[in-house]
Design a binder for this molecule. Structure first.
Ligand code: KIV
Length: 290
């Protein structure tokens, strides 16, 4: 019989026996594709809650507790207001709901950009308080020193280049990046810098296919694309987007099921039954046994 105990420091559930071995950072790192290497693309999705993590976990190599939770579940306009405490609360929930996938937690805006030391303190809190095995941070050349600092001190990092939503106030919008040569060259330099700094994977967001192809061929870390073509070593989507649960669907998203319609239909049926007194029935009613 399996038993669950709660680690009171991290509030992480630890099942005994363990249901299986969790994907590790070195394993993910080794899943880089290349000429003559038959390697399936990496599968990553975002997760913010325990129940969603439980449902995604058997199918994914990696779960990302993205700061997109600011938009998706907190209704914020951008990811800028997301805090470290929010990321830690959701990160711990996702680790509690997953046994197989490698879990990475996004470092929120303002928690790492100031210095490698600031980044280390924030990332160490994330790893200690959630049980996740890695962090992700946005930025290329400007963040290389920080990525090097963290990875050399036991904190695995995923880089994130191309469209970097935390820089919305500098970028002015969420359009795809790399349409002109100068921007394309900058994204390539960013990916190279992050790779050389020791990132174990690199998210490429919203970039032209040729840029994604060239970067994927030239860096040693697996690239994980979101709106970056199939030429990456893996793919990530925001789960609520691919389930049709978010109001706006970006062009690069495929909606696999429209759960918004299913939720609306279920709630309409419930409301009608309550108003017509046909819910609850005897089946949902407690009565003395006997
Ligand atoms: O925050 C997030 O969900 C992300 C993905 C879009 C890669 O960074």
């Amino acid at each position: 019989m399996s038993k669950i105990t709660i680690d009171t420091d991290t509030s992480r559930a630890t099942p005994n026996p363990r249901p299986g071995k969790r994907m590790t950072v070195p394993k993910i790192r080794s899943m880089k594709r290349g000429p003559g290497i038959a390697q399936e693309p990496l599968v990553m999705l975002t997760a913010y809650t325990t129940r969603t993590a439980q449902l995604l976990d058997p199918h994914c190599d990696m779960l990302l507790v993205g700061d997109s939770l600011g938009n998706v579940i907190y209704g914020l306009d951008s990811t800028v207001p997301v805090t470290l405490d929010m990321m830690i609360a959701h990160g711990a929930a996702v680790v509690r709901g997953s046994w197989h996938a490698q879990v990475t937690v996004d470092m929120p805006f303002g928690s790492y950009e100031e210095s490698p030391q600031q980044a280390y303190r924030s990332a160490a809190r994330i790893l200690k308080e959630t049980g996740a095995s890695a962090v992700k941070l946005e930025g290329g050349e400007a963040m290389a020193e920080t990525i090097h600092f963290l990875t050399n001190r036991g904190i695995p990092v995923i880089g994130h280049v191309g469209l970097t939503p935390q820089a919305i106030n500098v970028l002015g919008g969420y359009r795809a990046r790399g349409r002109d040569d100068a921007e394309a060259d900058k994204i390539k330099r960013d990916a190279k810098a992050v790779d050389e700094a020791g990132a174990f994977a690199i998210v490429l967001e919203g970039v032209m296919e040729e840029i994604a192809s060239e970067i994927t061929r030239s860096v040693s870390a697996p690239t994980i694309g979101i709106g970056a073509s199939k030429d990456c070593d893996g793919q990530v989507l925001v789960t609520e987007d691919m389930l049709g649960l978010f109001e706006r669907t970006p062009r690069f998203v495929k909606v696999y099921h429209n759960l918004a319609d299913q939720i609306s239909a279920a709630v309409e049926e419930y409301a009608n039954e309550v108003r017509s007194n046909s819910f609850p029935t005897d089946e949902q009613t407690y009565r003395p046994k006997g």
